[in-house]
Design a binder for this molecule. Structure first.
Ligand code: CTP
Length: 218
């Protein structure tokens, strides 16, 4: 199905939460799933905005890239750009916490004993996007789980007010971070569909097909 005339906003990659000028907290997200969605959406004729954390892969030529670092940056970018999108797909792996203070100087090692960094909660960016979602927009989120995949994903679908959630068990071979494939279950408020192991580009097409079908039904 063609996406001509549609604007697709995709988020991808990890966030980085600064500790001091030389250190940060982050996660293993490679950005591959979000970049695959951006690439497929572009090839299918959409205007594509790619809001991306720091990753090692190049964005597809022709997408509008908005580079972010932290969860707070991501929130700003989404508040600025989500209202213009027909389809918003939140594939970024957002840090749930950030250091309470960012040290202006490199934190020095103290001899002996443990080191403690106090963390404060980051905003749930997806929940904020879901709250402001218009009825003519489609909003898709992801769930990366290591246990209780379906229960956790169903709770996230509701909490984030998304139209559907793409859930994957990152412990399964072929579905974790950094690989070119995924094994997903898509949950909607009405039901769920399990998909076999497939390349991230193929899963991107599944996600875009389902988002477009919802958009056109409105
Ligand atoms: N997400 C977000 N902002 C956050 C945390 C998550 O926008 N602060 C988004 C992710 O981009 C993803 C979805 O919410 O689309 C689910 O993310 P996930 O990390 O699986 O879930 P959490 O809400 O962080 O819940 P938990 O930590 O309990 O797994």
């Amino acid at each position: 199905m063609n996406l001509k005339g549609k604007t697709v906003l995709v988020t991808a990659g990890p966030t980085r939460e600064r500790i001091d000028p030389v250190r940060y907290l982050s996660n293993f997200s490679s950005g591959k799933m979000g970049y695959a969605i951006a690439e497929r959406a572009l090839l299918r004729g959409a205007r594509v905005l790619l809001v991306t954390g720091p990753v090692a892969i190049a964005p597809p030529d022709g997408v509008q890239v908005i580079a972010i670092e932290s969860a707070l940056d991501l929130l700003d970018a989404m508040q600025a750009h989500a209202p213009q999108a027909d389809i918003v797909i939140q594939a970024a792996a957002v840090a749930d916490y950030r250091p309470a203070q960012v040290s202006g100087q490199k934190i020095k090692k103290k001899d002996g004993g443990a080191m403690t960094i106090e963390l404060v909660e980051n905003p749930d960016v997806a929940a904020a996007v879901g709250k402001n979602k218009r009825s003519d927009q489609v909003f898709v989120v992801f769930a990366a789980e290591t246990q209780n995949l379906l229960e956790n994903a169903a709770a996230k679908l509701r909490r984030k007010n998304a139209d559907f959630i793409v859930a994957n068990d990152v412990m399964k071979p072929g579905a974790g971070f950094g690989v070119d494939t995924n094994i997903a279950t898509i949950l909607t408020p009405e039901g769920q569909t399990e998909y076999p192991l497939m390349r991230k580009e193929a899963l991107a097409d599944v996600i875009l097909d389902r988002a477009l079908a919802l958009l056109e039904a409105r």
